[in-house]
Design a protein around this ligand. Sequence first.
Ligand SMILES: [Zn+2]
Length: 297
Amino acid sequence: MKRLQTLLWLVLLLGGQGIAHAKELHIVASLPALGQIARGVAGEFAEVKVLAHVGQDPHFVPPKPTLARHLARADLLVAAGLGLEIGWLPPLIEASRNDVIRPGGRGYLDARSVLTRVLGKPQGKITRALGDIHPDGNPHWWMDPLNGVRLANAIAERLSQLNPPHANDYRQHAANFAKQVHARLPAWRASLQAMSPLVSYHDSYLYLTRRFSLQVTGFVEPKPGIEPSTSHLDALVGTIGQTGVKGVWLEPYHDGPITRKLCSLAHTPCRIMPDAVKGEGFAGYIGMFELIAAGGQ
Ligand SMILES: [Zn+2]
């Protein structure tokens, strides 16, 4: 009886370790859309935490101590990079004292490991007069669904190195995701092209508009991060009228009296086109494009 009990304890103990082993990887994503892709690739074989929340401006996230605590135990940090999180992620990484997830470390993954081409790299000398510009190029790359697929593949490869026994699972999840995205591309293209040309608030949709061949005829921000003057808005109302613009695109965090007034003066819809929506895993990321293709919130 004693031997049986010991055996039983041993089985329970090993079983428990088995479960712990499956969950042992900790992934942190800076932004919700990146976290959804990481969740989808990892499946049940990792825990995923996200630092920014849906609807939050990714350029400005308050670097709270709780966020540094998530980073302290992370095996992998997935970030947009290209300077998007420059104001808040480096101090959090510093506070986490986790060397593995520093840029260049084996637990750090951003645009540089994902993109074949960075769009919107400014030409010539960069000065403050250009506004709050992204000097490394446009960092809003996950707004192209095929970059989402590239990210899934990059995460699958990195997780395979970190946890080889589940390499096939990660790669299979990424491959299924690629299939789902490719199946939807034609419908998204058709719906989006019916909404072109457009004006966008910030240059957040560059990768999306290039992917689907949409025309952007102007920006509400005269320069990145700079609020528009009355004369800039007056000129934009004129441009919208002359070029047959079918809507002003903006993220939820840019919605306010300025854009509402512009849309009403220009007789064009304000379309809230989010850079993330609520949802779990790949379904959340795909749901964002479904919403955008349906004309926004
Ligand atoms: Zn930006």
